[in-house]
Design a protein around this ligand. Structure first.
Ligand SMILES: [Zn+2]
Length: 113
């Protein structure tokens, strides 16, 4: 099995609609640290699991310097939902870690590939 780990940093804003009162419902930003984990038993014709550059481009093009409530309008953009959404975008991805700050981090992992 081949394992790949790609770290990406983006800047983006969000506001959260929760069922309790919170400062997070006001629009605010983070410098998000995202780690994408992929695995595959076989390599593509280029000898790769997934090209690092393609992973970065896919995430940065869609999310960097964006309002996540607008670009991910189908989800409530919590770190948990963002991690799952990213995992679904990347071929061979089985896990995504999303860090809002050094102290706040979540991971999403698929049960199986
Ligand atoms: Zn936030």
């Amino acid at each position: 099995m081949f394992y790949l780990k790609k770290r990406i940093e983006i800047s983006a804003a969000h506001s959260l609609m929760l069922d309790y009162k919170t400062k997070c419902e006001r629009l605010h930003g983070h410098n998000w640290n995202i780690i994408v984990y992929c695995k595959s038993e076989t390599l593509d014709e280029n000898g790769m699991v997934v090209d690092f550059t393609h992973i970065k481009k896919k995430i940065v093009d869609q999310l960097d310097h964006q309002n996540l409530n607008e670009v991910l309008s189908e989800i409530n953009p919590t770190s948990e939902n963002i991690a799952k959404w990213i995992c679904e975008q990347i071929p061979h991805c089985y896990k995504v870690t999303v860090q809002e700050t050094a102290d706040n981090e979540v991971s999403y992992e698929k049960d199986t590939l």
